[in-house]
Design a protein around this ligand. Structure first.
Ligand code: PLP
Length: 394
């Protein structure tokens, strides 16, 4: 006997993985260059040179037992201190190393936070469109998962819909900006309205409703778009951050959780997050990469190639007549299916070796997600296909 929910999660691959695997097998038949795989969010720009140099230097200078040894569960103080200093420099804030808990990327960090917030009957809300893994992360943490319907066409937050869903059982609202899958960045005004609403509801229900700010794309923004620092807008904010995308290190599993002391019950909440991490087997974040991060907190990503892809694809899709919310961040673009059915559109595209993910799992069945961190030639090759799919013949 085994756990049926775990079995279902393992046996049914996500639609994204399924398409990606299909792409691999198709490439073996028609050639890599002929498969336009826009399915998976794997960064295509290499990790910055400074990261590579830091790795080499650390390996050269530091005794092996130290490089590969356990660190405290919350992380080495040097790394936490460097992260805190960088956050304070950027956002004029007052983060202390003691408020940071280094984790193995945003995914397990989110699970630790959800488990810390899991009380009987508790519920977590996500805002559509949303990262599909939130559902199993929340539900397997023993909480109910709810979805605030999308606000079309701009994909900011529909406050009325959100307000209607908040109850006394709401423990937190997940905010993901820049957003996967839409690439939209929530404006300061949107976040201020959200903060005001949650403040009012927290008062009404007599307990805090936290914002869990999932920020792996925080530095991936274009055209100088502002990504507001959420704890400065709403006191009861917990950040889950990851270097997977900003430093192109998704396989190295490194990030942090910021639990502000000044959040309601901040010190107890930090202890609960640390305890929840312990309960899922967190021992420490990778020691080598803690040391790398301690030296690389100020390294910006080189976004030129993503930006070129973004502008080319967005402009071509709009010119062809597609409805697309302008992506200001991350490396995704969310396009409305011309026939109003994301699965049918994805299928028609697949027949032309163009792999795009139906929006159903993101909470928007009428859309498809395009991940544009691919070689520029593939963006160019995809344009005539997109035009054909919407019925443009030239
Ligand atoms: N949250 C969002 C919105 C993501 O898109 C991803 C990964 O694609 C994650 C979390 C997980 O990131 P990590 O690699 O840091 O676990």
């Amino acid at each position: 006997m085994f756990n049926s929910k775990a079995y279902a999660l393992g046996a049914n691959r996500s639609c994204i993985r399924e398409l990606f695997e299909y792409g691999r097998s198709r490439a073996a038949v028609v050639g890599e260059e002929n498969v336009l795989d826009f399915s998976l969010g794997n960064p295509s720009i290499p990790a910055p040179q400074a990261v590579e140099e830091a790795i080499r230097e650390i390996l050269r200078q530091t005794p092996s037992v130290e490089v590969h040894g356990y660190t405290p569960a919350g992380g080495d103080m040097a790394a936490r201190d460097a992260i805190a200093r960088e956050l304070n420099r950027r956002y004029d804030w007052d983060v202390t190393p003691q408020e940071l808990f280094l984790g193995c990327g945003a995914a397990p960090e989110l699970i630790a936070v959800f488990r810390a917030l899991a009380v009987p009957g508790g519920k977590i809300l996500a805002i559509a469109p949303y990262f599909p893994e939130y559902a199993p992360f929340v539900e397997e943490s023993g909480l109910e998962f709810g979805v605030v319907p999308a606000q079309e066409p701009d994909f900011q937050i529909d406050m009325e819909a959100l307000e209607a869903l908040v109850t006394k059982n709401t423990q937190a609202v997940i905010v993901n900006s820049p957003n996967n899958p839409s690439g939209v960045v929530y404006s300061r005004e949107t976040l201020q309205k959200l903060g005001a609403l949650l403040e009012e509801k927290s008062r009404e229900y007599g307990h805090p409703i936290y914002i869990v700010s999932d920020e792996p794309y925080r530095e991936l923004v274009y055209d100088g778009t502002e990504v507001p620092f959420v704890p400065a807008i709403y006191r009861d904010t917990i950040i889950c951050y990851s270097y997977s995308k900003s430093l192109s290190l998704p396989g190295e599993r490194i990030g942090y959780i910021y639990v502000p002391q000044k959040a309601t019950d901040g010190a107890a909440l930090y202890a609960a997050v640390a305890g929840a991490a312990r309960s899922i087997g967190h021992v420490c974040a990778p020691s080598l990469f803690q040391k790398v991060i301690a030296r690389c907190t100020q390294i910006p990503p080189d976004l030129d190639s993503y930006d070129k892809n973004r502008r080319t694809l967005y402009e071509a899709l709009v010119a062809a007549g597609y409805q697309v919310a302008k992506p200001q961040g991350a490396f995704y673009l969310f396009v409305k299916a011309p026939e109003g059915d994301g699965e049918a559109f994805s299928q028609r595209a697949k027949e032309k070796d163009l792999l795009i993910v139906p929006g159903k799992d993101f909470g928007c069945p009428g859309y498809c997600r395009l991940c544009y961190c691919v070689p520029y030639e593939k963006i160019q090759k995809s344009i005539p296909i997109f035009r054909e799919l919407i019925g443009k013949t030239h």
